[in-house]
Design a protein around this ligand. Structure first.
Ligand code: URP
Ligand code: ZN
Ligand code: ZN
Ligand code: ZN
Length: 496
């Protein structure tokens, strides 16, 4: 594999020559344990974890007394500066990653989505060029598969072997744009299996949505509520079932992105349980979103078309008010493994493209900044799960699935110093007026969250310093994701 990481850049925030930091007196939370410890960092890497560590000269001391010290969040699902449905998402790699860091996320995984006839290698380079000089945190790329062909298969192999990509997104929806049929899904899952890569699936039945949309528009339903009417829960659940069946026939792993409904989550959980029964383990994984556990489609809170359009994403927010609690329960019980933001943000003037036709509203919501706080508030503060599980579903599991653990997703000797120092007692109220994102709306507006990052370290750089955001544009690195994740494939890992 070629050397893919950015060269080390001059960082005006690096004060001492050896970049030494000692985090003292905090409660260190990993997915598998929680204990009081100090952490010593040098040149961006955790060098020591233990009690009463010595204080070498020329070391910055951060006192973490009464704070939790956790691996920085990994958001496995973002769409920064994505051209989609006639608009470009307004959070670019600078604003999106700056906001991520402000919220305690130290790495994002963005989807590079090709046009139908675009080479996957070209789209990879396009995304790297967009990101390189803007990213404020580390990033990796998933690559979209918009059609199936022998060339695509060869390009997938090159991406895995040369460019550090180990995950591909296939769409069962967005007919005519990204949607693949079952044969294409079968073939692309098989290619992933042969490469040791991970097929990620947007599971909604695109044919049904296409027909429903026509029928709704013909009957005069053009408003934003038509979006969810065109794609009810069973349309999501059917696709989850089909993706699970296809992956089982192929023998490939499967990662379902943005599980948004009770029905879909139940089907996923059933397939996981069945596979565990049959094979002793499962290669099926499920991601839900901060949006899905933090809010729902609540007519009482939607005052106008603009509000409604701002909440439009696919699969849609469900009107069943039990959905967030239900999904949180599945996160607690390991029926779901990860939480993303699916950050794909469009301003009011862009959402207005669908003013007379819901099917033209650019799909997507915010979340890259607030994901950690929302999951903490709804999960830990509400006693659904403990801080270890919080770390697991916001960071560690993504690192394991995408094969960058323990470099990421862990506070341990040798890991990158991507750390969030979390004050569980401080509160903040989410608002578009104060968020760091470029978008003009926040779907969590007014939500009071416990849990505030006091310090955020990205590769050993203190980017939130006593609550003050101090990012450096372009400081993030591209993180290659090697194939054959042991967590996914359970076979010897040839890379680490
Ligand atoms: O509505 C959404 N989810 N927008 C982003 C594209 C996708 O399907 O993930
Ligand atoms: Zn999707
Ligand atoms: Zn309004
Ligand atoms: Zn998405």
């Amino acid at each position: 594999m070629e050397n893919l990481t950015n060269s080390t850049k001059e960082d005006p925030m690096m004060k001492n020559s050896s970049n030494r930091i000692l985090i003292k007196n905090g409660i260190v939370v990993n997915a598998d344990n929680i204990m009081k410890n100090d952490i010593y960092i040098e040149e961006g890497i955790i060098k020591m974890v233990g009690l009463n560590l010595p204080e070498p000269e020329d070391t910055r001391i951060i006192d973490a007394t009464s704070f939790l010290v956790m691996p920085g969040g990994i958001d496995p699902h973002t769409h920064l500066e994505l051209e989609f449905m006639g608009a470009v998402s307004v959070d670019d790699f600078y604003h999106g990653t700056k906001a991520a860091v402000a919220g305690g996320t130290t790495m994002i995984m963005d989807f590079a989505l090709p046009d139908k006839d675009e080479s996957l290698i070209d789209v990879y380079h396009k995304w790297r060029a967009r990101a390189t000089n803007k990213v404020c945190c580390d990033y990796a790329l998933h690559i979209g598969i918009a059609k199936w062909s022998a060339e695509v298969k060869t390009q997938m192999e090159e991406l895995c072997k040369v460019y550090g990509v180990n995950s591909f997104k296939m769409f069962m929806a967005y007919k005519g744009v990204y949607m693949l049929n079952d044969t294409d899904l079968y073939n692309s899952f098989e290619a992933c299996k042969n490469l040791g890569a991970i097929p990620m699936v947007h599971a909604e039945n695109g044919d049904i949505i296409f027909e429903n949309t026509k029928r709704l528009l013909d009957s005069g339903i053009t408003g934003a509520n038509g979006h969810a009417l065109s794609r009810p829960e069973e349309v999501e659940a059917e696709a989850v079932n089909r993706a699970c069946v296809i992956s089982k026939q192929v023998g490939s792993p499967l990662y379902i992105v943005h599980v948004m409904s009770k029905s879909a989550a139940n089907i996923l959980a059933e397939h996981r349980t069945a596979q565990i029964k049959e094979e002793g383990r499962t290669k099926i994984f499920g991601e839900t979103l901060a949006a899905a556990v933090g809010t729902h489609w609540d007519e009482n809170k939607i005052n106008c078309w603009h509000d409604a359009a701002a909440h439009v994403l696919s699969p849609p927010l469900r009107s069943d008010p039990d959905t967030p609690h239900f999904l949180l329960n599945l996160l607690a019980n390991d029926a779901l493994q990860t939480t993303g933001s699916d950050n794909a943000t469009f301003n009011a003037n862009q959402k207005a493209l669908g003013e007379n036709n819901f099917s033209k509203i650019p799909n997507g919501v915010n979340g890259v900044e607030d994901r950690m706080s929302v999951i903490w508030e709804k999960g830990v503060e509400s006693n659904m799960f403990d801080p270890c599980r919080f770390v697991e579903i916001t960071s560690t599991n993504a690192a394991k699935i995408f094969n960058i653990y323990p470099r990421k997703g862990c506070i341990g000797v040798g890991s990158d110093a991507d750390i969030v120092i979390w004050n569980p007692n401080k509160k903040r109220t989410i608002s578009a007026k104060t968020h760091h994102q470029a978008v003009d709306y926040n779907i969590f507006e007014g939500m009071e969250c416990h849990g505030v990052p006091e310090y955020v370290l990205v590769g050993g750089r203190v980017c939130v310093d006593n609550g003050v955001l101090k990012v450096f544009k372009g400081q993030g690195k591209y993180i290659p994701t090697p194939t054959n994740s042991q967590f996914v494939y359970n076979k010897p890992n040839t890379f680490c």
